[in-house]
Design a protein around this ligand. Structure first.
Ligand code: ADP
Ligand code: ZN
Length: 731
């Protein structure tokens, strides 16, 4: 990387663009010159594209032909640490640099001059006639002394329509002004009083704050049972970061979780932080991107891609629910936000807190090995105690065909209803039934584009493919044999379970929580809020509810099928079941009443089920770690998944076979290749998928080996290859 920091007009600079090219392009620095890292607009053929000045130009061609940078964008140049970070993520994930730059510039119009909007402040004029509405407007403006409001904010604060405000503008009592949209975020005040901490919590906070004050990199696994106050603890680490004048990033796995969290941040620091996630508007995204870069956003809460925001002085990254699989991005750039957070922090001297009640085996092992520090919060805050966990042995229950709520579970729910407490029935399956079968010919309705069954969604009155999203109406007659009226649902989904619950508990108020039942994140948040207030006797939920919501009246969790995820071929099947069951059970008894979790299972003696019930977490992880070590799989060995896909299965397999034969670069690094084999989902969106799996010893340079291995490939036609380093899902 060049050490030259500034380029005069006409000097040749190398520009990395967002276009899929395998190199930087040379341009002449524009009038006024430009800094290393400057965001620029450059001509490429007939188009203008976004780029970053990456160093001195390479030259080696007729300089008279060099084109000039069109303009330097009015945003802070990309810092060196960001350039290093993008380069390292590219190397780790085998991603081309232009794709990395796209990930780092996902804010539309980031080079545009800030757009303007109308705001309103107190004017000098006196209205001729006062009305209640007018009085309220002027009161609000006076109360907030000097602050400007948009019409929408005015409507919220004073409860008036825009015509009232406009009327006051005409009279001069209110002033209308243009103001840039991209305003700095309100100041967060770390010196506001925090909650009084328990001894455990205070000790953890002190350790984290001491670490932060060193200004050096370090990662801490903050393990604490649900409700132990992990959030309170890491908010104090955020406070210390803010005191040091550095920025904090909190990653959350689920945007539905942000509402509750925002309220807590506001209570602690007096204002809301910046938010970065898919639910944010384009304008909001641009504001966050720019303010983070100029240091006018002290704290960001966001989804995994927030890691690529251009922080000016990042001091802390919190990865909440660090075991959550949604931190792994599985299209475009395949990266793990948890792992890349550690990388980013190491580059810029920041701290990382990985918080979870059920850490990933990776993080647990890193803590065991001393690479991460570990802090434990062992009890729930205040009077709340951990729920009791018990199995319901389904082999001994009298079940009616087509029902899933056992008599024992039914009894337990009835007892809760009598006491006005809430119950949660958990099933990790969306829709009405996972399979729709023709009782005449046995045909199961499948997606025409994918190797997957169509799932009936009664709520939407359609069949849906969970792979590609294709939907179609439920057919009257079997598409295969043509017999009418024989299509039947098989197995339970959340909607069918809700139907059974309604029949079983006719007087209870039942609420369903599944990500696909709500049109917007806002609607989902509102529903969660209502339920938390107690507006449901029974909650029927998918894994959405396993993640960190507080339902104070919830005292019973019934897991409909605890065996469901035990049987995946996935190397993490046991770990995932363990985490999910412990998380879901942790929803019960968060306030003053003790909770109970009942697990319906056909295999109460299964070692994983026994570990879940006994709560012997260290025992579980130790055993699981030993198993993985013996098998040489992550985190004790390295893996990469290669998926080849194309419209015809033959040519895809041919390439896979050729790759398996020509594996010398892999053997050189001590790695082995398995496959090709049809991927577990052999066809998605009409594309056939073939998978190869690379296994390597922990210390092997797996990226180098794979890069050499795939370099000679020339993929013809519509065949695509993706590489997933450290795959989390095998599909
Ligand atoms: P976790 O993140 O570990 O699940 P939380 O931080 O959400 O735990 O805490 C659980 C509940 O207990 C929250 O309602 C929180 O406000 C409350 N709580 C935790 N610690 C304290 C404290 N020191 N003082 C007051 N309330 C607390
Ligand atoms: Zn499909």
């Amino acid at each position: 990387m060049s050490t030259q920091e500034y380029f005069d007009q006409g000097e040749l600079v190398a520009v990395l663009t967002t276009q899929p090219l395998d190199r930087t392009l040379d341009y002449k620095a524009p009038e006024g010159g430009c800094f290393l890292g400057a965001f620029v607009e450059v001509p490429l053929g007939p188009r203008k594209v976004l780029g970053v000045v990456w160093g001195a130009g390479q030259g080696g061609f007729d300089l008279a032909k060099a084109r000039s940078v069109i303009r330097v964008l009015e945003v802070a140049p990309m810092r060196e640490e960001m350039r290093v970070f993008l380069g390292k993520v590219a190397d780790y994930t085998l991603t081309p640099m232009p794709a990395m730059l796209r990930l780092a510039t996902r804010a539309p119009g980031l080079g545009d001059p800030p757009s303007m909007r109308k705001v309103y402040r107190l004017g000098d004029g006196e209205p001729d006639r006062m009305t209640d509405a007018r009085t309220r407007v002027l009161e609000v403006l006076r109360d907030y002394g000097g602050l400007a409001f948009t019409l929408k904010e005015m409507a919220e604060q004073a409860g008036v329509t825009s015509s009232v405000v406009k009327g006051l503008v005409k009279l001069g009592a209110v002033r209308e002004e243009d103001s840039p949209r991209d305003l700095p975020y309100p100041h967060l005040e770390p010196e506001l009083p925090g909650k009084e901490l328990s001894e455990d919590q205070a000790r953890a906070v002190a350790t984290l704050q001491t670490g932060l004050r060193t200004g050096d990199y370090g990662t801490t696994l903050l393990k604490g049972v649900t409700g132990s106050g992990k959030t309170e603890v890491y908010l104090e680490a955020v406070a210390e970061t803010l005191r040091m004048g550095r920025q904090a990033l909190v990653l959350l796995p689920e945007i539905a979780l942000t509402a509750e969290f925002l309220t807590r941040v506001e209570a602690r620091f007096g204002a809301r932080p910046a938010e970065w996630h898919s639910g944010a508007t384009m304008t909001e995204r641009r504001r966050v991107w720019r303010m983070v870069g100029q240091g006018d956003a002290q704290m960001v809460i966001g989804a995994r891609s927030a890691l690529f925001l251009p922080f000016r002085n990042l001091g802390l990254v919190v990865v909440d629910e660090e075991h959550d699989t949604s931190y792994k991005q599985e299209d475009g750039v395949h990266y793990s936000a948890r792992d890349m957070a550690v990388l980013r922090a190491a580059i810029c001297g920041a701290r990382v807190i990985l918080a979870s009640a059920t850490p990933s085996l990776e993080s647990w092992a890193n803590a065991e090995a001393g690479k991460y520090d570990r802090l434990d919060l062992t009890s729930r805050f205040g009077a709340a105690v951990l729920p009791k966990m018990k199995p319901i042995d389904m082999r001994a229950e009298q079940m009616q065909p087509g029902t899933w709520i056992s008599p024992s579970l039914r009894q337990a729910v009835l007892q809760r209803i009598e006491k006005s407490e809430q119950s949660l029935l958990f099933i990790n399956r969306r829709g009405y039934a996972p399979v729709t079968l023709c009782r005449a010919c046995g045909e199961q309705i499948a997606c025409v584009h994918c190797d997957a069954r169509m799932v009936e969604h009664r709520f939407l009155k359609r069949l849906m493919c969970h792979q590609c999203g294709e939907t179609k109406p439920m057919p009257e007659a079997c598409p295969s044999c043509g017999v009418e009226g024989k299509m039947a649902p098989v197995g339970p989904g959340i909607e069918r379970l809700a139907e059974e619950a309604e029949a079983t508990f006719p007087d209870a108020k039942i609420a369903m929580l599944s990500s696909d039942l709500f049109g917007s994140a806002r609607a989902l948040k509102a529903k969660i809020e209502e339920i938390a207030q107690g507006d449901a006797d029974i909650i029927i939920g998918t894994q959405l509810v396993a993640k960190g919501h507080n339902f104070p009246k919830l005292t019973l969790v019934g897991v409909i099928d605890a065996d469901l995820s035990l049987h995946g071929a996935d190397l993490r099947a046991a770990e995932r079941t363990f985490q999910l069951m412990r998380q879901v059970s942790g929803r019960a008894g968060r306030a003053d009443k003790p909770g109970l979790a009942l697990l319906q299972t056909f295999q109460p003696e299964h070692p994983v089920i026994r570990a879940i019930l006994s709560g012997d977490e260290e025992g579980f992880w130790t055993a699981e770690a030993a198993g993985r070590q013996a098998a040489g799989v992550p985190p004790y060995g390295r893996m990469a998944g290669i998926v080849l896909s194309g419209p015809e299965v033959g040519p895809v397999f041919d390439i896979g076979n050729a790759m398996a034969r020509n594996d010398a670069p892999l053997r050189e690094i001590g790695a082995q290749v398995f496959g090709p084999a049809p991927a577990p989902i052999a066809r998605i969106r009409g594309r056939h998928r073939v998978r190869l799996l690379v296994k390597a010893p922990k210390a092997a340079p797996i990226q180098d080996g794979i890069a050499k291995w795939i370099a000679p490939l020339r993929l013809k036609g519509d065949i695509r290859l993706t590489v997933d380093i450290d795959p989390q899902n095998f599909y």
